[in-house]
Design a protein around this ligand. Structure first.
Ligand SMILES: Nc1ncnc2c1ncn2[C@@H]1O[C@H](COP(=O)(O)OP(=O)(O)OP(=O)(O)O)[C@@H](O)[C@H]1O
Ligand SMILES: [Mg+2]
Length: 232
């Protein structure tokens, strides 16, 4: 059984038909890339999984159970964590408060607040300080919030976007480590090379449709696809 599955999902912003029959599936332990150019519908796919955008038709299934259009809170509680592209840190709460709030909508598990501080040293140093952080630190906190909820799958929406190259490299390393720990991830990424190096498989979106999918090796070999739909 697939861990997470979208079955012909259609979603709209008002009259604009943004997701068109989007089907994809992720197995436990996989890192699956969600690729495509700006505006192709990648974030909307994540938001529809989370119940933040309504699916008008089609279904989202998690562990075989229909979760289509359930409340974002109940979807989070069932074991899906979302790291949105705008990160949504609460800068007036401390780092620790940000983490404990995230833990409330999750489950207990291997990722405790203490383990987060061991893993992300910079967060440990700031646990009792307001989360007024640099871009890179914010992204670390956003990822840490997802982890501390001990989800069964993490949706990561462009985690390296907008960061200076050196900082982006650090975040990439974190994603790589998360992967090697066996976490299941849906990774939205703009840069095809980076995405391919982090994923087992990927789907390519264009204008809200899945126009390609395959293992990263298959996609890399498909130069026409890479040129047409991806930033390479
Ligand atoms: N809240 C919204 N209201 C109306 N249209 C939206 C809204 N959010 C996104 N769109 C439109 O829906 C389409 C898909 O947007 P989406 O955010 O899913 O793209 P994306 O692949 O994540 O790209 P990027 O992150 O680079 O913008 C785009 O045409 C976008 O302009
Ligand atoms: Mg986006």
């Amino acid at each position: 059984m697939m861990l997470l599955e979208l079955d012909k999902v259609n979603a709209y912003y008002d009259k604009s038909h943004v997701l068109q029959d989007v089907s994809l599936a992720i197995e436990e332990g996989e890192v699956v890339g969600l690729l495509g150019r700006n505006g192709s519908g990648r974030s909307t796919t994540c938001k529809t999984i989370m119940g933040l955008v309504q699916a008008r038709t089609g279904a989202v299934r998690f562990k075989g159970k229909d979760i289509t259009n359930k409340s974002p809170f109940s979807i989070a509680q069932s074991g899906i964590a979302f790291v949105p592209e705008d990160r949504r840190i609460f800068p007036n709460l401390t780092v620790g408060e940000n983490l404990r709030l995230a833990a409330l909508s999750g489950r207990k598990g291997a990722w405790t607040e203490k383990r987060i501080y061991d893993y992300f040293e910079v967060l440990g140093e700031r646990r009792d300080k307001p989360a007024k952080l640099s871009g890179g630190e914010q992204q670390m906190l956003a990822i840490a919030r997802a982890l501390v909820a001990n989800p069964e799958i993490i949706l990561l929406d462009e985690p390296m976007e907008g960061l200076a190259p050196l900082i982006a490299r650090n975040v990439e390393e974190v994603v790589r480590n998360i992967r090697s720990e066996g976490h299941t991830v849906l990774l939205v990424e703009q840069n095809a090379q980076v995405a391919m190096s982090l994923s087992d498989r990927a789907y390519v979106l264009s204008n809200g449709r899945v126009v390609g999918s395959g293992t990263t090796a298959e996609l890399k070999a498909d130069e026409a696809m890479m040129q047409r739909y991806l930033a390479v």
